[in-house]
Design a protein around this ligand. Structure first.
Ligand code: FAQ
Length: 312
């Protein structure tokens, strides 16, 4: 397709690594892609509070409870920065919530898996936040200014999250036999779902080519998945745990590990709403929205009252 002069000028700015700011002209597709990606990222942060929130009352010590509370609060904060960044593109927060609650907008597949034991909280921090950082560090250089800047702070906090998860895994993996078994079981269950976080393989990724041309994405899904495996396999070894994939081994020629692809049928089934916790997760968000209605109404009524008073 031929580019219009406006589109060509826009692409030249992207190619020159200039940031695009809210009030500037942008192609409609660029705006739509950003709204989709940033809002889905924001939804992931909110839904991502649920699997860990599940363990706040059962954390094994007061210190672990305080750390987990802080982490789950950080995720709410990340969601709010990201909704703000998406709002600069001309969509309202109410519209974004409506898209989440109606099932139109996605959130990360990973949060549709259950957290069954305390070791799962370690695995979420280590693997899920580890995968999130792998994806989000390059996004600090994404072409849309507000998204790139939100990523800077988010990445700092994600690093702390990843380390707290690894620390839980270190404790569990060097604990009693039963604790070590729990750690291995958590790794077994979270390994492939973590690999799925990076999205479908490049040949099935519908948005990658255009998103990379616009520098909305900096790397392909498979590139980041490979980097994640290469980072995580030695960490598992350090913990004395076994990655649940017999195909994992160092490949000198490619300078990375060989590994098995996740079960993509399972991935697309989770995206279609059929994962182990999809219904429960979405219902929790819908209930939170409905439960907050009286409060939103009260705020609006109070704002209207104050406005009338000040105009008198
Ligand atoms: N889950 O063409 P692509 C976190 C969808 S980290 C669900 O490759 P794209 C922190 C995709 O949307 C997690 N859906 O798509 C945390 C598209 O469908 P659509 C959030 C997925 O956008 C940690 C279709 O498949 N991080 O929350 C997934 O170019 C711990 C085709 O795929 C971000 O969102 C998936 N895994 O690449 C919180 C990062 N993968 O929209 C709490 C920003 C793909 O057309 C605790 N996002 N799909 O209906 C991205 O980098 C990209 O959007 C990708 C997907 C890489 C996720």
């Amino acid at each position: 397709e031929e580019m219009t002069p406006e589109e060509r000028a826009f692409q030249e700015r992207i190619d020159a690594d200039q940031k695009i700011e809210p009030k500037e002209w942008m192609p409609e597709g660029y705006r739509k892609t950003l709204v989709r990606q940033i809002s889905q990222h924001a939804h992931s942060e909110l839904v991502g509070q649920l699997p860990e929130g599940n363990w706040i009352t059962r954390a094994p010590t007061l210190e672990r409870k305080a750390i987990l509370l802080a982490k789950v609060q950080d995720e709410a904060g990340h969601g709010l920065y990201l909704y703000c960044a998406a709002e600069t593109l001309g969509i309202s927060r109410d519209e974004m919530f409506e898209q989440l609650h109606s099932g139109k907008a996605k959130y990360s597949s990973i949060f549709n898996y259950p957290t069954l034991t305390w070791a799962d909280i370690g695995a979420v921090g280590w693997l899920v936040d580890g995968a999130a950082i792998m994806n989000q560090v390059p996004l600090q250089r994404t072409s849309y200014g507000p998204y790139a800047r939100a990523m800077v702070r988010i990445c700092k906090e994600e690093s702390f999250h990843q380390r707290q998860g690894f620390h839980i895994m270190m404790k569990m993996a060097s604990g009693s036999e039963a604790q070590k078994r729990m750690a291995q079981d958590a790794l077994n269950r979270f390994w492939y779902p973590s690999l799925m976080m990076f999205g479908p393989s490049d040949k099935d990724s519908v948005h990658s080519a255009q998103s990379m041309a616009w520098k909305i994405k900096i790397n392909t899904n498979d590139e980041l998945r490979q980097k994640f495996v290469d980072q995580t396999v030695p960490q598992a070894k350090y913990l004395g745990l076994t990655v649940p994939d017999e195909a994992v081994q160092w490949n000198e020629e490619k300078g990375g590990h060989d590994f098995s692809e996740p079960d993509w049928d399972e991935f697309f089934s989770v995206l279609a709403g059929n994962g182990p916790c999809n219904k429960e997760r979405l219902q929790a968000r819908v209930d939170a929205w409905d439960g907050g209605e009286w409060f939103r109404d009260g705020l609006m009524a109070n704002a209207a009252k104050n406005k009338n008073t000040s105009e008198e």
